[in-house]
Design a protein around this ligand. Structure first.
Ligand SMILES: C[S@@+](CC[C@H](N)C(=O)[O-])C[C@H]1O[C@@H](n2cnc3c(N)ncnc32)[C@H](O)[C@@H]1O
Length: 282
């Protein structure tokens, strides 16, 4: 998106009650900075400026972002192939980027069902790309906030897509580091309480453990752009899985999480700044 392009988006069919949405293009937004770092085009000058500042001080940050996205692909593949998951609730979806989660899940079983949730209007504006389900399956997009699950758990789009009496994978990929413990731990527990036995939590979270200097660059540039981040230690990330059975290989840096499941470039620990893990609700 070039500088000066429209600051308002018309919403896709089905969202006519709110025909226009303020994208606040003058401010950097996490979804759009992430899109820029991944090489996407759904971003504005403020997003690119924030991304360029991170890149200037940490040229490898684009590789780290690609690695953060790639682990989502691998986690989805393992959930579908090894654990037989056919229902996914993906919160903090981000701007669509091929392949999206449902495309990976439906490669394993076209009947897979996915509900996407995000609170950024630009993700809503582009959500049509997330609704390209295989005919045997189903996808839905719901505007919602992870910090307030009641706001989306009873949304018709969710209720018509997921059967909450059967196992669901709750996927929280690259989102919890935008929230404090006070804001996020209660809602994650509430969601896990709603899901039946045999459901999964797949989560990645930013950390400074592996690359403290790079983490300092990223957090301070984000802060300058008005975005607070909360990086977590290994022990703090593991706490999200309390009461769950941790899947192999446990909570590990993203580059170490089943790298055999795709052909992403092998990265050293100091090149990434996130942990990944999957847990099963007993
Ligand atoms: C870095 S992107 C991650 C996108 C995708 N999950 C991935 O890993 O490729 C973080 C996403 O979380 C969304 N997000 C941030 N805070 C949120 C909240 N409280 N509720 C719902 N979505 C949120 C942002 O809008 C953004 O799209």
């Amino acid at each position: 998106m070039e500088k000066g392009e429209a600051a308002f988006w018309s919403l896709p069919t089905g969202f006519e009650t709110a025909p226009q949405v303020d994208l606040q293009t003058e401010r950097a937004h996490p979804a759009r900075i992430y899109d820029y770092m991944l090489g996407g085009k759904t971003n504005f000058a403020a997003d690119r400026e924030a991304g360029d500042k991170v890149l200037a001080d940490w040229p490898g940050s684009r590789r780290a972002t690609l690695a953060a996205r790639a682990v989502m692909h691998r986690m989805t593949r393992r959930l579908a192939q090894v654990h037989g998951v056919r229902q996914f609730l993906d919160i903090g979806t981000g701007i669509p980027t091929t392949p999206n989660l449902h495309e990976i899940a439906q490669q394993v079983d076209p009947a897979s069902r996915v509900v996407y949730v995000d609170n950024d209007p630009i993700v809503l504006a582009h959500s049509r790309a997330l609704l390209t389900s295989a005919p045997e399956g189903r996808t839905a997009y719901v505007s919602g906030d992870l910090r307030a699950p009641d706001g989306f758990l009873t949304d018709p789009g969710l209720e018509e897509t997921l059967d909450l009496t059967r196992p669901v994978a709750l996927t929280l990929i690259n989102i919890v580091h935008f929230m404090s413990d006070e804001a996020v731990r209660g809602p994650v527990q509430q969601l896990l309480d709603v899901l039946p036995s045999g459901s999964f939590l797949a989560l990645t979270a930013g950390t400074a453990d592996s690359a403290p200097e790079h983490a300092e660059v990223a957090t301070s540039r984000y802060r300058e752009a008005g975005i607070e981040t909360r990086l977590r230690t290994h022990a703090e990330v593991k706490q999200f899985f309390t009461g769950l059975e941790l899947d192999d290989p446990g909570v590990v840096l993203v580059n170490r999480w089943h790298p055999e499941l795709d052909d992403s470039p092998a990265l050293a620990d100091h090149e990434v700044m996130g942990y990944a893990g999957i847990g099963r609700k007993p």
